[in-house]
Design a protein around this ligand. Structure first.
Ligand SMILES: O=C(O)c1ccccc1NCC(=O)[C@H](O)[C@H](O)COP(=O)(O)O
Length: 280
């Protein structure tokens, strides 16, 4: 794990807050909805698989949306979202575990818990179908991946570079998110996914620039492009780079306006491959 001093002040503050929060009482036991099945269902239906994020605010957001999380999630599903991500971090994202529970009761797609889980007891706060583990912030990644699976969660391991990707694969991750947002500088570059994704694929068609396609990568890694995806053109760009699914928060929540149509915001991304003439 990086030393905190290399991180943006907002991220240091997020981690400090995470370390100060207590874990849950008892050990959760989840009967999870399958993310790969939900992504396949979206593909079969002609929709780009999008994991739409209920993200009331964030350190880089232009404002806050205080809409009811259930209404937001239902609007996202109506726009074709294959799955929902819910920020449960309370102090920097205005999220809560209660919001996730309500969303999961209200929709029938898989729900990701998006938070900064650093230790095993941080998993026992709330039931979700998927649990985010950020490789950069976790020392015993293999132990946490196993602990998440023991509880029934599908772990989504987030990486930002090739070294973290290799750690994720070594830890047994089957669902990997490549975050285009650098959590040290909070800058977003879609090139990140394009440079990391080829190393997650065994197939020669997506071999990396050096021709050294990784041979010990499992065939069935589900690869998700995260952050900074704001237009249909961005969607197509990430899909061409090998994304099985996209995780999108800000462009759907549209914090700046505070009241734009979340269903429409989702739909323009889930339909990006059937509106290929749209360059925006
Ligand atoms: O979004 C932030 O400002 C942020 C700041 C510090 C740590 C994490 C942050 N975001 C977490 C995420 O990974 C995103 O919410 C998610 O990938 C969606 O990104 P976007 O579509 O760019 O909102």
């Amino acid at each position: 794990m990086d030393s905190d001093t290399e991180l943006a002040p907002a991220v240091r503050s997020i981690l400090e807050a995470a370390r100060g929060r207590s874990g849950g009482e008892g050990v959760v036991d989840v009967d999870a909805r399958s993310l790969p099945d939900a992504l396949a269902a979206a593909e079969a239906d002609g929709r780009v698989p999008v994991i739409a994020e209920v993200k009331p605010t964030s350190p880089t957001a232009e404002g806050t949306r205080a809409d009811d999380p259930v209404e937001l999630a239902q609007a996202m599903v109506a726009g074709g979202a294959a799955a929902i991500s819910v920020l449960t971090e309370p102090t920097h994202f205005d999220g809560s575990p209660e919001a996730l529970t309500r969303v999961r009761e209200a929709v029938d797609v898989p729900v990701l818990r998006k938070d900064f889980v650093l230790e095993e007891d941080g998993m026992d706060v709330v039931e979700a179908d998927l649990l985010l583990l950020i490789a950069r912030f976790v020392d015993d990644l293999e132990g946490l991946v196993a602990a998440a699976r023991e509880r029934g969660f599908q772990p989504l391991v987030e990486v930002h570079d090739r070294a973290e990707l290799e750690r994720a694969i070594d830890a047994g991750a089957e669902i990997v998110g490549v975050n285009n947002r650098d959590l040290a500088r909070l800058e977003v570059e879609l090139e990140t996914f394009e440079s990391v994704a080829p190393h997650a694929r065994r197939v020669t068609g997506l071999e990396n620039a050096n021709g050294d396609g990784v041979s010990d990568v499992p065939d069935d890694v589900t690869l998700i492009a995260e952050s900074g995806i704001s237009s249909p053109a961005d969607v197509r760009r990430m899909r061409e780079a090998g994304a099985d699914a996209l995780l999108v928060g800000s462009a759907i929540m549209d914090h700046g306006t505070g009241d734009s149509d979340v269903t429409e915001n989702t739909r323009r991304l889930t339909r990006a491959e059937s509106t290929a003439g749209d360059s925006t």
